[in-house]
Design a binder for this molecule. Sequence first.
Ligand code: ATP
Ligand code: MG
Length: 573
Amino acid sequence: MTRVISLNKLYMPTLKEDPVDADIASHRLLVRAGMIRKTASGVYTFLPLGQMVLRKIEQIIREEMDATGAQEILMPAIQPEELWMESGRWNDYGPELMRLRDRHDHGFCLGPTHEELITALVRNELRSYKQLPTTLYQIQTKYRDEIRPRFGLLRSREFIMKDAYSFNESQESLQETYDRMGEAYGRICERCGLDYRPVEADSGQIGGKVTTEYMALAEAGEAELVTCPKCGYAADTEAGACICTPTVHEVDGLTKLETPGIATIAELAAFLNIPESSTVKALCGIVEGGEGEPDQAVALFIPGDHELNELKASKAFGNFRLMTDDEMEAVGLPKGSIGPVGLPAGVKCVCDANLKDVAQWAVGANDHGYHYVGAKPGVDFQVDEWVDLSTVKAGDACPECGTVMDSCRGIEVSQIFQLGTKYSETMGATYLDANGKEQHFIMGCYGVGVTRTLAAVVEQHNDEGGIIWPVSVAPANVVVIPLGKGGDEVSEAAARIAAGFAERGVEVALDDRKERPGVKFADADLVGWPVQVIVGKRGLDAGNLEVKVRATGERVDVPVDAIYDYVAGLDLL
Ligand code: ATP
Ligand code: MG
């Protein structure tokens, strides 16, 4: 039998005013609802109500992890520096790693993640291919000295993560575990009531790393996404492929126009009275050569209504950076009027693949204060390389189905990652294969931000009155609210009704505080219990209770005897 949560005894310090340092809903409401308190910048305490929600989310994650066959462990937060030196990350991780020394001057860090620890754990004991695949997980506190802790639980310095690590024999086996984890991650989001999109991102570095991020759609999110309304495809604009159709400004042959003082795409489009999508934007960069190799100057051309994606340029060329104004001048590239026709010798011409079928370009003329219209690729100039260079945006086509995409923002609540042999090689973690030969483990890692998920749920489920918890993660599903001073008939009836819910296995709270009805109503809305059962003298005399559904605000009078069936039938619990 579940117990009735007595709000009179519960440590639930609700606030009428928003905390001054909170600019997003989840931060504001979790503090006001008495669920969290700030201890230091990016460091929070969970109060009883917050802890109840946290445990619900953890339980969902635990069930989904167990169902994949992963096994729960608990590793320490404190990690010896030797392991991080082995992996090379003691230096690579930078100031985000919280470092400390013990009384014997041994170095440690507070773990931001656990690849080193788990690899060291299994390397001597997971020995045979017969034990593979093995996946271990934990739900544990992580530390990252974020440069800018903000948005409450969304980007904190101490947070709870579920992290899992798989040890596989082959790429196929890793793919299987990865896919199963991906499905579990989708179910975790769904069961927490999150509107989410898996976002594919090929990190593109050596070793063919594959990774998927799970994004909860929310304005407060730091990630900018494009989403397909038809097939559900979604991508981070930082990484997503850009497929667009530039418009064409058709003229009779290559024409050089005097364009005094025109340096930006907006000015050019206005001058020519054409949309920006009919213009071509130029950017200049340098691809730094390796040892003994010379640097290469490149002129990049992209559709005028798009932005250069420097990440894509870096992926395409290696060590890429934009030129300074001085460097442009030194090479003979006239800022504001750069074009593909008559580029200075030695400057490589690289164009966005979306421009390939654009027959005529309106673009700089490589002459200060002049632009061309009607510049034809392959005729008036040659292109050295066609590459995907632009940042995808709303209005571009879905790479999967061609539908026009929308844009929105997302909170990265979780991420799965194929690590390959990165850690097993640097840390010497091997097993014996069927032929008795030492092989490096092929690894995957899988992380859910537990506290970030909690905040993401609030971002998606709130209104001006407060939080609206989905039943799956609510601290309790029903709050019974007696309107009265206590010790009277109304209070007794409310206590009896609450006990009846508990007997039926329904998680229930009883607002037995000596507060005015207005305070109780406001707090019930703020805390976000899914169902409110209001017990008043007048209603009781008529044999009725009032039921309010938090999500819809709907209020219905229900006969006392029918209350349990009515609430059960709400299709909420
Ligand atoms: P971000 O890009 O947001 O900094 P990350 O990609 O570095 O996150 P991972 O290493 O993938 O994070 O960690 C797994 C999960 O842990 C993330 O998906 C996120 O939900 C959570 N997480 C990471 N950093 C924080 C943080 N500072 N505060 C709260 N949760 C976090
Ligand atoms: Mg991540």
